[in-house]
Ligand binder design. Structure first.
Ligand SMILES: Nc1ncnc2c1ncn2[C@@H]1O[C@H](COP(=O)(O)OP(=O)(O)O)[C@@H](O)[C@H]1O
Ligand SMILES: [Mg+2]
Length: 307
C-alpha cells in the first residue's frame, strides 16, 4: 500500500495540482493514523493554499491531527547539514554569515539540493538529529517542478561519486538506499489529462528508474471533467441553433464542456495505454477555491483508489 510507505515523493509539472494532491495524500495518511509531514521545497512552489493560510514555514508546524508541514529552505537546509558535518551549529552560522562563504556555497554544484534531500531523509529517521524532535511515520515530498524533481533525486548518487569514502559518502549512500527501496519509498506522478502533461508523465516514467532504481508507483490524473453528455446528446447540442441569446450561450457552454471532457478522455486513454504504472483519477472540483472539505473528499478517493 502506497500510503503506508515512509516516503512518498510526488512529482509533476507546475500547475497540475501537485501541491493539492500532496495535501490530500497527507490527509489520507493522517486518517490512517500515521503521523505525517508534508514537505515542500521553498523558493519553488507553495504548499496548497488551504494550508498556506496556516502559515507553514521553515519550522515543522502541525496543520491538523497527525498532519504536519514544513517548507524546506535549501539555504537553511545547507546550514543545518553543514552544522551536522562540522559538529557545530555555531561554526556553521559563522560561516553562513560570511559573504564569501555564501558565494562559494551558492556556486558549489548541487550542495543545496543535496542538503535538501538529506533534510527529507532526516525527517524519515526514527532518531532525528535534534533531540526531542518529532518523528514521523510518513514524509510526503511536494517535489520541485523543474525537471520533474528528478535532479533532487539524482544528487545523492552524484555526491556518493564525488566523496568516495568518509561520512558524506556514508550519508549519501543511506539517502540513496531510502530512495531506491520500494518497501519504504513510493513515487507518484501528478498529471492533467492533456497532451503535454501526458507526454511529460510518460517521459518521467521512463527516466525515473535511471535516477533512483525504482519504478513509478502510480499516476494521479487530476482535474478530470465529468462526461455530462453522451455522444448522441452532444450531436443534438451541436446541431441546435438556439432561438435566444441565453439559449445560444447555454448551448456554447455545453459544447465547450462536452468537447473538453472528450479531449480529456482520449488523453486519459492514451496515458493508460502507454504507461506501465496504474493510473487513478481525481475529478475537477467546480469551486472558486478548494477548501478543507474538498481536500478531505480527494483524500478519501485516493485512499480508495491507491489501495
Ligand atoms: N481537482 C481540482 N479541481 C479544481 N481545482 C483544482 C484541482 N486541483 C488543483 N486545483 C487548483 O488548481 C490550482 C493549482 O493547483 P496546485 O496544487 O497549487 O498545483 P501545483 O502544485 O501543481 O502547481 C490551485 O488553485 C488549486 O486549488
Ligand atoms: Mg505546488
Amino acid at each position: 500500500m502506497i500510503l503506508d510507505r515512509r516516503l512518498i515523493y510526488v512529482t509533476g509539472k507546475g500547475g497540475v495540482g501537485r501541491s493539492t494532491v500532496s495535501a490530500a495524500l497527507g490527509l489520507a495518511c493522517a486518517a490512517r493514523g500515521r503521523r505525517t509531514i508534508l514537505c515542500e521545497v521553498a523558493e519553488q512552489d507553495r504548499l496548497s493554499r488551504v494550508f498556506r493560510r496556516a502559515g507553514v514555514g521553515d519550522e515543522e508546524a502541525e496543520l491538523t491531527e497527525d498532519l504536519w508541514a514544513i517548507s524546506i529552505d535549501p539555504w537553511a537546509a545547507l546550514r543545518d547539514w553543514l552544522a551536522s558535518q562540522l559538529g557545530s551549529r555555531m561554526l556553521s552560522r559563522v560561516l553562513f554569515d560570511n559573504d564569501a562563504f555564501r558565494y562559494f556555497a551558492a556556486a558549489a554544484p548541487g550542495a543545496r539540493e543535496m542538503a535538501t534531500i538529506v533534510k527529507v531523509w532526516e525527517l524519515t529517521l526514527p532518531d532525528r538529529w535534534s533531540k526531542g524532535a518529532q518523528t514521523y511515520d510518513t514524509v510526503i515530498v511536494d517535489a520541485p517542478a523543474s525537471g520533474h524533481g528528478l535532479g533532487l533525486l539524482r544528487t545523492p548518487g552524484t555526491f556518493a561519486g564525488l566523496a568516495r569514502v568518509g561520512p558524506i559518502r556514508k550519508q549519501a549512500d543511506r539517502v540513496s538506499e531510502l530512495l531506491g527501496d520500494p518497501e519504504r519509498t513510493a513515487y507518484l506522478a501528478v498529471a492533467l489529462p492533456e497532451e503535454m502533461p501526458v507526454n511529460e508523465t510518460l517521459e518521467l516514467e521512463r527516466a525515473l528508474p535511471d535516477a533512483v532504481g525504482q519504478e513509478l508507483d502510480a499516476i494521479v490524473v487530476n482535474g478530470l471533467h465529468p462526461r455530462r453528455f453522451a455522444k448522441p446528446e452532444l450531436e443534438v447540442v451541436g446541431a441546435a441553433a438556439g432561438s435566444s441569446a441565453p439559449a445560444r450561450h447555454a448551448l456554447a457552454a455545453a459544447r465547450t464542456e462536452g468537447h473538453r471532457a472528450r479531449g480529456q478522455q482520449s488523453q486519459l486513454a492514451r496515458l493508460r495505454r502507454r504507461a506501465t504504472a496504474p493510473v487513478v483519477t481525481l475529478p475537477f472540483v467546480f469551486a472558486p477555491e478548494l477548501d478543507r472539505e474538498d481536500l478531505d473528499a480527494m483524500a478519501a478517493e485516493l485512499e480508495r483508489k491507491l489501495a
